[in-house]
Design a protein around this ligand. Sequence first.
Ligand SMILES: CCCCCC/C=C\CC(=O)SCCNC(=O)CCNC(=O)[C@H](O)C(C)(C)COP(=O)(O)OP(=O)(O)OC[C@H]1O[C@@H](n2cnc3c(N)ncnc32)[C@H](O)[C@@H]1OP(=O)(O)O
Length: 286
Amino acid sequence: MLRNSLIGSLRQIKPILCSQSLRSLSNGANSGLTTIEVDDKSGIATLSMNLPPVNTLTLNLMHDLIDSINQIECNKSRGLILTSSNDKVFSAGLDLKELYKPDQERLKEFWTIFQDLWLALHLCGIPTAAAINGHAPAAGCIMATACEYRVMLPDFVIGVHATRFSFLVSKWMMLSYQSVLPRRIVERALNQGKLFSTQEALEVGLIDEVAGSKKEALAQCAAFIGTFDKANPIARTLTKRMCRDSDVTELLRDRAGDLRACVDYINTPLFQEGLSAHLEGLKEKK
Ligand SMILES: CCCCCC/C=C\CC(=O)SCCNC(=O)CCNC(=O)[C@H](O)C(C)(C)COP(=O)(O)OP(=O)(O)OC[C@H]1O[C@@H](n2cnc3c(N)ncnc32)[C@H](O)[C@@H]1OP(=O)(O)O
């Protein structure tokens, strides 16, 4: 029963790609904002975000990420490591320009694909890890927490600082955060809009390890993925999905309701004013 519902949920977000032969993983169908490299020896795929300057989650980048996750999973890679081609920023989170004075239809599409991306990462059947080689604010952090393991480089920040610019996170985003941090820390950090330094993130458990370089981070993520070698892959996948079922169900049971609530909130003067000030702040810091 549970297995069927998990597999059923997955089908909703994975309609494509598995029929293709994909050992050489080309990004033909997408915009080329991601690259996939599969290590021949380990069979682990490294998925890099490559949208200068700061990997903002635009519609195209989110589309490419979902497409790439599907390809990697369908190709039976041994694991997936999410990282960035930029050496200062993992991802700056959602593209704020899409949220400021938005076109309503485009905003709906934008929010829906963000939900899809979260589901694709959350339900990815193979082991996932994030090599966080730069700043990871807001949705950058949410993507990392959807992975099973996080290795971060020193002197960067990670966290959901949404309250600083009048954002209200959806419950499924909060659950992502809460799946790696104790509830009391999540409550405080979300309310403060806290961005954790690498060291603070390690101390609270938001990340699992610190690495000295990107190469080391990738190796540490690969070592984590290797820890599942003795597990039967199908049993592992179903167990992972069972562990994540309640978080995923929170979104799946009323995706349309979440979309409506977010669109309504994004259109409020409170949000638009907070966002306008935040965008100004980003410009002024130059
Ligand atoms: C009910 C709905 C609410 C849902 C709430 C969900 C929670 C979170 C969703 C989000 O993800 S919202 C996105 C929030 N992200 C941020 O606030 C990050 C802002 N960016 C930064 O702090 C910094 O850019 C950085 C990531 C620390 C990197 O700093 P760096 O000095 O390397 O680069 P910058 O000069 O600041 O930026 C370069 C360039 O990019 C523009 N930019 C940066 N981030 C964003 C963004 N998220 N969206 C759009 N544009 C962004 C920045 O303005 C610069 O532009 P130019 O001035 O060069 O034109």
